[in-house]
Write a protein that binds this ligand. Structure first.
Ligand code: PRX
Length: 650
């Protein structure tokens, strides 16, 4: 933890009551009902969770205990058996949902495909048979590196059906990142595509996989979906076409039940060291978390067309594109491409054409829409929308108001949902039709969640004071450990403030008990809604032969929330220059992915350090933001470094 100064300057005072019309039809109809259920969920948690688990999940064998808690390890619903893919698919067959659209897919080029629950079930059964025919079994790991197409969901659900642990790797990550993740979890299989469409161009996914493969000895096979038709290399015996395998696969697959704590997926996320962490989620608790939040936070109804714009490469795509909505029998809209292709009104066009009713996106996207201008929005009616959501970073009140007025036409409640890869499901959020909202606040905790804002010693701070944001009780969808590194799991989340889960975020609670999340206070940045560890970018930079040392910090950015600024010292004799800056940016893209490219690189003769050699990031942050260096600099080893840095050109 470095340089902790949590200040929260926002003093937003506007309050928006739930619209009467929405309230009348909401899944939970009153604030009093929320209060009552919340009180029960924290006063008698085991009773509450047991009832919810029975109500929301389809069990093959009932659980014996609700929670076994030996801090920081939890076991939820032990002894219970269920199948997650059965919960998302088979349970809807034979009901009114059987022939309902499960996924409405729109590709970037404009191709549209609908899969009903029955059809999706059939595809998943076939693909589960494919995986079994390749020898994959429960507990094995499979990596998924795919565009946003229905087959990505099919692959995830087929893995879940078998108990094969999937790790989805975001399509924007580089071959180096694929290699690290595949090796860390020792995946036997990679499921990918020839490419995916993005702004009219093909992202060559199989090409990236090919560059990783010489260094991923655990991989036995690569299954390749033909999406773009671009030319790719197929290694005989190792690489197999999706369509060939599926053509031969039987379309029935009997799902076996798995114990509640069966590992479901690993999702790598940035932490404060150079190595991404493999967050592990398990079956029953995770499914309960995402199902309940889908019902209450998105107020889901059978008639809804629900669209969460997240990529399946992120946790939002796991929980709120695939598992939560499908377990709830929703119709999910899935869009492959960019929001501004062919024009910046693509999203609004999609909403009107498909009649989207619930729309869930990220503040960074909202700020981009604002920048592109209202004209693009106003070409469309957006009359079908009834509920809006945001996730991924704090939303500035200005963007919230724009969303409310220009997209929601003042009629749609906005749910600002706070959660993390580690929490699995939404933790702090308004319930639409229930919770009065304040622009910029994620408001109040979901059922069973007890967040607090505490000081360094773990004591709750007074209202309206900034502090560390913690969760003080275990919850069903919590991460169980970090894959292969339980020590890091303990250290990262549970050691700084004993007895509580530390989120890494700073927050304040206002007089009404509403939470205002300020953002990360560890060495993790939130760039355009993506979590990027500064240490990861630093280690990518120093792996370049010209670089001696690098320090990466965030600077406030109107569009992306935060932008990456890298301070780089070069090895002796290497001349600085614009070309080298570009080379270093591209080097980071190669090592991690273009999402981690520094926005600015500043060459420096030296970095500000303490006498013990620790880089003083607080100072770099102030310099990056263009301000004066305030606060204590007495621990600096060499003060002249700061003056030189301030003079250094951008
Ligand atoms: O800093 C918080 C921010 O995103 C972090 C979690 O990132 P990730 O694991 O990638 O998951 C993103 C999607 C769930 C948090 O620690 N964050 C997420 N949602 C919000 C938020 N910050 C403020 N308000 C939110 N609604």
């Amino acid at each position: 933890m470095t340089d902790l100064t949590i200040t929260s300057v926002s003093r937003e005072s506007r309050i928006f009551k739930p619209p009467a019309e929405f309230k009348g039809q909401a899944n939970l109809g009153s604030f009093a009902a929320y209060r009552k259920l919340y009180a029960e969920s924290v006063n008698a948690p085991e009773k509450f969770w047991a009832r919810q688990a029975k109500e929301h999940l389809l069990w093959r064998k009932p659980f014996k205990s609700v929670l076994r808690w030996k801090l920081p390890h939890s076991k939820w619903f032990s002894g219970g058996y269920l199948n997650l893919s059965e919960n998302c698919l088979d349970r809807h067959l034979g009901t009114h949902r059987e022939n309902k659209a499960a996924i409405i897919f729109e590709g970037e080029p404009g191709d549209i495909r609908t899969l009903t629950y029955r059809q999706l079930h059939r595809e998943v059964c076939k693909f589960a048979n494919v995986l079994e025919s390749l020898g994959l079994k429960k507990g094995d790991r499979a990596a998924i590196y795919m565009p946003m197409v229905p087959e990505a969901a099919v692959a995830m659900l087929a893995c879940a059906r078998l108990g094969v642990v999937h790790t989805v790797i975001f399509g924007g990550f580089s071959s180096e990142a694929i290699k690290d993740r595949v090796n860390d979890c020792q995946a036997r299989l990679i499921i990918t595509a020839d490419g995916g469409w993005r702004r009219g161009r093909i992202i060559e996914l199989k090409g990236s996989v090919d560059r990783a493969l010489p260094n991923t000895p655990s991989v036995e096979h690569v299954i390749v979906l033909r999406r773009c038709g671009n030319e790719i290399a197929m290694a005989a015996g190792r690489d197999l076409w999706w369509h060939d395998l599926m053509a031969r696969a039987p379309d029935l697959h009997k799902a076996r039940a798995h114990e509640s704590e069966t590992p479901l997926f690993i999702l790598y996320t940035s932490g404060s060291t150079g190595k991404p962490k493999g967050v592990l989620h398990t079956t029953a608790g995770y499914l309960l978390g995402v199902t309940m939040t889908t019902k209450y936070v998105f107020d889901l109804k059978d008639a809804d067309i629900y669209w969460c714009t997240a990529d399946i490469g992120w946790v939002t795509g796991h929980s709120y594109v695939v598992y939560g909505p499908l377990a709830s029998g929703a119709t999910v809209l899935m869009y492959e491409g960019a929001p501004n292709h062919p024009e910046p009104d693509r999203f609004w066009d999609i909403i009107d054409r498909h009649g989207v009713t619930i729309f869930y996106t990220a503040p960074t996207a909202i700020r981009a829409f604002m920048r592109w201008g209202d004209d693009y929005v106003n070409r469309h009616r957006l009359r079908s929308l009834r509920l809006l959501g945001t996730v991924g970073e704090p939303i500035n009140p200005e963007a919230w108001m724009w969303y409310h007025r220009t997209i929601g036409k003042k009629r749609c409640p906005i749910v600002d949902t706070w959660w993390q890869t580690e929490t699995g499901a939404i933790m702090v959020t308004p319930l639409p039709g229930v919770t009065p909202t304040k622009p910029g606040s994620a408001t109040l905790p979901f059922f069973g969640i007890v967040p607090k804002v505490v000081d360094e010693a773990g004591h709750e701070v007074p209202r309206n004071t900034g502090g560390r944001f913690v969760l003080t009780r275990p919850w069903p969808s919590m991460l169980r450990t970090l894959w292969g590194d339980d020590e890091r799991f303990k250290r990262q989340y549970w050691s700084e403030l004993p007895g509580m889960y530390f989120t890494g975020d700073g927050a304040r609670q206002d007089k009404d008990g509403y939470f205002w999340i300020v953002g990360r206070i560890d060495d993790v940045l939130n760039v355009a809604g993506h979590r990027i560890g500064t240490a990861e970018v630093e280690s990518a930079l120093v792996s370049h032969h010209s670089v001696a040392e690098a320090a990466v910090v965030g600077r406030p950015d109107d569009l992306k929330g935060q932008a990456l600024v890298a301070f780089v010292t070069l090895k002796a004799g290497i001349p600085p220059g614009g070309a080298l800056k570009e080379e270093l940016r591209n080097h980071v893209a190669k090592e991690i992915g273009s999402l981690a490219k520094p926005d600015t690189i500043r060459f420096a003769a030296g970095l500000p350090k303490t006498r013990s050699g620790k880089i003083m990031r607080r100072i770099l942050k102030e310099i990056a933001a263009g301000g004066d260096v305030k606060g204590d600099t007495t621990t600096l080893e060499d003060f002249s470094v700061v003056a030189t840095l301030q003079q250094a050109e951008e």
